[in-house]
Ligand binder design. Sequence first.
Ligand code: NI
Length: 227
Amino acid sequence: MLVIIEDVLTAQELATARGWLADSIWSSGQITAGPQAALSKNNQQLPEDAPHLPALRQMVLNALNRNALFFTAALPLKILPPFFNRYTGASNVYGFHTDNAMRRQSDGNGYVRADVSATLFLSEPEEYEGGILTIADTFGDHGIKLKAGRMVVYPSSSIHEVSAVTSGERLACFMFLQSMVRDPGQRRLLYDMDMALLQLRQTVGDNAAVVHLTGTYHNLLRRWAES
Ligand code: NI
């Protein structure tokens, strides 16, 4: 299931984030790639000691916290601090790979299981050529290139790539999270049901049947969620 979330960042936040990124020194993207992914990864990433990184991370986490659609699509339990990357010049591509299942937390508090990946676009599509995020799922390949401030949420279990950026610069934020609901099929059922309920509440209101179905949604979540 791919979910696109619009306006994750406000225009003001986006401008601030881009200002901080323009003022940063980039490292090789190899720092968070496993040995297999490293073979296909050729981009740049903000290093862990980058001065603006804590504020950038906090900005994105705050934005996710206030976003109801992100919550229902991902059902986040633990979010690894977001990373920031840049594709430009000779460091411009990340071939097909899968994200590592287990990610060590930098604070020493064990591991986060990557169930859900997300990419928040920070450059406008017309600022670069190429740089399409292609995500393969059972229904085929999906090419994603979003307006700045929008995010795509997808299962970490999918194979995906970022095609070569042949001109300009592509800035993005990417992150991994452990979901309260591990199974992508169950997550999808819950998401579909929650979105249908939202629509029902807006069209017919909270009648007895809608209240009943809302109870069923929460009972499924109770059955499937870990916390
Ligand atoms: Ni990846």
